[in-house]
Design a protein around this ligand. Structure first.
Ligand code: SF4
Length: 332
């Protein structure tokens, strides 16, 4: 069992007073029933009985410390109980940068919270304002420092393609997030969901979403920024869910978005190496990779290999033998 196994509990913020333009939580009010402490126990039990080691109990939903305090404590207490039973390494949760203070962090730390992810989304105040986030870049800076000061590990989340943002803004955000020294980040290209303010802006022609191609190109640069700083990118693009599939009306949505980005990065890397050491025309070349990475080397619909074959007049294969270092290319 993989060490990153998680007992994941989704905590929708029904009745959230904020107005993030991309959010459809109001629309799902009454459709989604809030997670209960029992759900936490069930999720933990499922992961435990699957034999996971060092798993996390993870509360997703974006506003954990902004939900009603009694409800938050009931979920935390259930997670703490599960931690004590063993098999879990800690509790991960995500929240808003303006909903973090000493008091709540003391409480979270005592309950066993080990990682907090902040929804920074952008470090440009104008973008945050146009997106209705209700917090500033300085809130993210302040909350990040506070989380670290409490000995809790920091994760940060950013979005691309928000209203008023552009590639330069996203790169600025990435560089500002790096300065906060998170251990990990998630990058979410903006997706226009049904029944959101963003969908209405899009309908009125006031908002032009990124295309998948534009978002892929930009995210490649962002991945490089984080990679150079030693910050792990643990998610690229929204998780595929049934509601996602049916609620997306526009924007950079692709069920395997991360694979598109990593596939393009691999393509660029292989191409650069062939440019440097001109391959022999008609030659057959093998790239060594693990089974789980085949699709990013080969590309969607074999696109990476097809492009290399066309440009250099070669034949590409994968070598899954494990006899050579990952990513190395040799002539057969
Ligand atoms: S994304 Fe914004 S509006 Fe939606 S639940 Fe989170 S804070 Fe509230």
């Amino acid at each position: 069992m993989k060490s990153e196994a998680r007992a994941a509990v989704f905590v929708p913020h029904l009745g959230c007073p904020n107005d993030c333009v991309f959010c459809n939580q109001r629309a799902i009010a009454g459709v989604t029933s809030p997670a209960t402490p029992e759900d936490v126990h069930l999720a933990a039990e499922r992961v435990r009985s699957a034999g996971a080691q060092n798993a996390e109990i993870a509360f997703f939903g974006g506003s954990f410390t902004a939900i009603e305090r009694g409800y938050m404590r009931s979920l935390l207490a259930a997670a703490s109980e599960e931690l004590k039973k063993g098999g879990f390494s800690g509790i991960r949760l995500s929240t808003r940068p303006d909903c973090v203070d000493d008091e709540v962090l003391d409480e979270l730390k005592a309950a066993g919270v080990t990682v907090i992810e902040l929804g920074a989304q952008s470090m440009r105040d104008a973008v945050l304002e146009k997106s209705g986030r209700g917090h500033t870049a300085d809130d993210t800076r302040r909350a990040s420092a506070l989380i670290k000061a409490h000995g809790i590990r920091l994760g940060l989340q950013m979005m691309t393609g928000l209203p008023g943002d552009d590639d330069e803004g996203a790169l600025y955000t990435a560089n500002e997030l790096v300065k906060l020294e998170p251990e990990c980040v998630r990058i979410y290209p903006t997706v226009v969901l049904k029944n959101t303010a963003l969908a209405r802006m899009h309908e009125r022609g006031e908002y032009v979403p990124q295309t998948v191609e534009e978002a892929v190109k930009l995210c490649m640069k962002l991945v490089r920024v984080f990679g150079a700083a030693g910050v792990k990118v643990i998610r690229l693009g929204l998780q595929r869910t049934e509601s996602c599939e049916s609620d997306v009306v526009a924007g950079a949505w692709h069920p395997a978005f991360g694979e598109l980005v990593y596939g393009e990065l691999k393509y660029e890397d292989m191409r650069r190496r062939f440019c440097e050491s001109q391959p022999e025309k008609g030659g057959v070349y093998a790239v060594s990779c693990g089974k789980e990475n085949v699709s990013v080397y080969v590309g969607q619909k074999r696109g990476n290999f097809l492009r290399l074959e066309a440009e250099f007049g070669i034949k590409m294969k994968t070598d899954l033998s494990g006899a050579y270092p990952e990513g190395s290319i040799r002539k057969l």
